[in-house]
Design a protein around this ligand. Structure first.
Ligand code: AMP
Ligand code: ZN
Length: 455
């Protein structure tokens, strides 16, 4: 079997074939960085990260964009509350997000476009939409006219009334139709804003993704993915904007949506406040177990997060690393078993792939001869590789307690130093750097934030 994916656009599992087999393209909606991201946010990045790895294996290349939303009313509210510019909020939480992703073994995308770095292409796209009669300016706003696009609703398959209810649309006097959505809105002097043909203002959320996808991946992309909560209105609006700005050419050929991670049955979400931050979880549990837990359900199903799910994942990894330890220190090159590729080809069936890992480990525990042990070790490591698991040494996995506590302490000091610098308490910041230097810990400022290593 070749790779098959469930396409929300057609509501069918379809064989995947990229437009350009030399380089498939994929866009995943990234987070709005005004706080720490939660473990639910990691679900799309984990499963679609597994897909990204698979596509790179199959096609030898991939262009994968995962954006950062760094201009948004929630960011403005946080900046106002804390009396800092929005960049103080977005820089801090974008760095924390990248650290959290790295801790969960989620590889960085090829491009990580930020909305504020794409204001010119956003304005250009809005101008094209106005020129082609799909958008109109009114009272400092620019709105997309949904009745100008026949395909509006084709992704979520909602009728217009449901769409209005689902979007909790703002009825505003400047809208021709209550379903019309904002492409550009005016900013008061205190709010972040950019000069535009419609006055000083800022972009709406939906247009950011359309413009960034166009800038980095072109008019038509192979895969667009995100959580099912984004299907409407966000993805529906992205389709409307992009297809109307591109003379009707299709925007994304395959739309993938992950199910929600829930907590006691309710969607985990910042606005409900029932969140578990990755930042905290990775300090309390082995991050690999969190990754295992995220992959334990099929991505389209809901996944209920709990302590017992984490504990179960730790126990399973204990067993798998125990098997690897028993297989000895012989060095082998990992080889991804065909059965694992087949499970992933089946619409990213990660639970089936994990069951297959358990089966291979079970076989390895049966006390087989040396050549069999080598084969099984190769397969076990290869299966792990396809899922971003089992890449530590058994010694590192089992010895994690001691070093984890120390790592958490060091990270806490680094975080404190970042805060000290923000509030211009340089004496405290220097004292922390000196203390860490005294312990042989070297700090390094990188575009991804502060990294540290032992000298
Ligand atoms: P947001 O910052 O809320 O726009 O979310 C970033 C990404 O995380 C989007 O792809 C969302 O669909 C996804 N997401 C948010 N909450 C959850 C959840 N509870 N379970 C799974 N995915 C989620
Ligand atoms: Zn988006």
């Amino acid at each position: 079997m070749s790779l098959h994916l469930y396409n929300t656009l057609t509501r069918r599992v379809e064989p995947f074939a990229p437009l350009d087999p030399a380089c498939p393209t994929m866009y995943v909606c990234g987070p709005t960085v005004y706080n720490y991201v939660h473990i639910g946010n990691a679900r799309p990045y984990t499963v679609f990260g597994v897909l990204a790895d698979l596509l790179r294996r199959r096609y030898g290349a991939l262009k994968y964009a995962r954006n950062i939303t760094d201009v948004d009313d929630k960011i403005n509210a946080a900046a106002r509350e804390q009396g800092v510019p929005i960049s103080a909020i977005t820089d801090r939480f974008a760095a924390a997000y990248r650290e959290d992703m790295a801790a969960l073994g989620i590889a960085a995308p090829d491009v990580e476009p930020a909305a504020t770095a794409h204001i010119a292409p956003i304005i250009a796209m809005i101008e094209r939409l106005i020129a082609s009669g799909h958008a109109y300016a009114a009272e400092g706003h620019v709105l997309f006219a949904i009745d100008s696009f026949e395909g509006y609703g084709k992704l979520s398959r909602r009728d217009p009334e449901d769409m209005l209810a689902g979007a909790r649309v703002e009825v505003a006097p400047y809208k021709r139709d209550p379903g019309d959505f904002v492409l550009w809105k005016p900013s008061t002097d205190e709010l972040p804003g950019w000069e535009s043909p419609w006055g000083r203002g800022r972009p709406g959320w939906h247009i950011e993704c359309s413009a960034m996808a166009e800038a980095h991946l072109g008019d038509t992309i192979d895969i667009h993915a995100g959580g099912v909560d984004l299907q409407f209105p966000h993805h529906e609006n992205e389709i409307a904007q992009s297809e109307c700005a591109h003379g009707g050419r299709p925007f994304a050929r395959y739309w993938l949506h992950n199910g929600m991670l829930t907590f006691a049955g309710t969607k985990m979400s910042k606005s409900l406040g029932n969140i578990e931050k990755i930042h905290d979880l990775v300090r309390a549990h082995p991050p690999e177990a969190l990754r295992y837990a995220l992959l334990s359900a099929h991505y389209r199903q809901p996944l209920d997060w709990s302590e017992s799910l984490i504990e179960q994942s730790v126990r399973t990894l204990d067993r798998l690393y125990g098997t690897l330890r028993d297989l000895g220190t012989i060095e082998v090159a990992p080889a991804i078993p065909a059965s694992i590729e087949a499970a992933l080809d089946d619409d990213l069936n990660t639970p089936a792939a994990l069951a297959e890992i358990a089966r291979i480990a079970g076989e390895a525990r049966k006390g087989v001869d040396t050549s069999e042990r080598e084969r099984l070790k190769r397969e076990l490591l290869g299966a792990g590789l396809a899922l971003g698991l089992l890449q530590q040494t058994p010694a590192a996995w089992f010895g994690r307690g001691a070093s984890n506590d120390d790592d958490a302490r060091i990270q806490a000091l680094i975080d404190e130093r970042i805060t000290a610098k923000k509030v211009r308490d340089f004496a405290r910041a220097d004292a922390i750097r000196d203390q860490l230097a005294g312990e042989g810990i070297l700090l390094e400022d990188t575009p991804q934030g502060v990294r540290w290593k032992r000298a």
